[in-house]
Design a protein around this ligand. Sequence first.
Ligand code: ZN
Length: 179
Amino acid sequence: MALLEIRTYGDPVLRKKCEPITEITPELRQLAKDMLETMYEAPGCGLAAPQIGKNIRLVVIDTAIPGEEEPRPYIMFNPEWEAEPDAKVVPYDEGCLSVPDIFCNVMRPDKVCVRFFDINGEPQELHDCDGLFGRCIQHETDHLNGDLFVDKISTADRTMNQSKLRKMAKDTQAKLKKR
Ligand code: ZN
């Protein structure tokens, strides 16, 4: 197990569209476990591969409440979601490990179906994913397309967080230059 470095806002790796995974190798299984460990340590409830610098379609999610509920880790290779027919578009306060200290409402469907391949390469399909879990699926899948939640916030929220975001991007770029 290893903790991975979480990339932050302003890092170009977060803006690239990720490649589908064609074979679930032992290395990818290990990477997925390391991503889960990194996510728990952060702490967060979801992490997508670009956030640790890999442009591949892999996300990990666990929305169980730490210390109160048994862990419910999900490893999803090539996840794809769609809104359930009876879903409503609702606001929900989102944050992101790559965009620390910013929390804003994002409008998204409140219930989705997700299809993915699990760690054994078995196809899975989960219906009626709602609440934080349904949110996380959508937020993490966005990362695989180079999208961040701050792209989807209201103009007012963007204006309010503009200087914070600008500073974050500047700090990230300075850090990347030092490598
Ligand atoms: Zn995120």
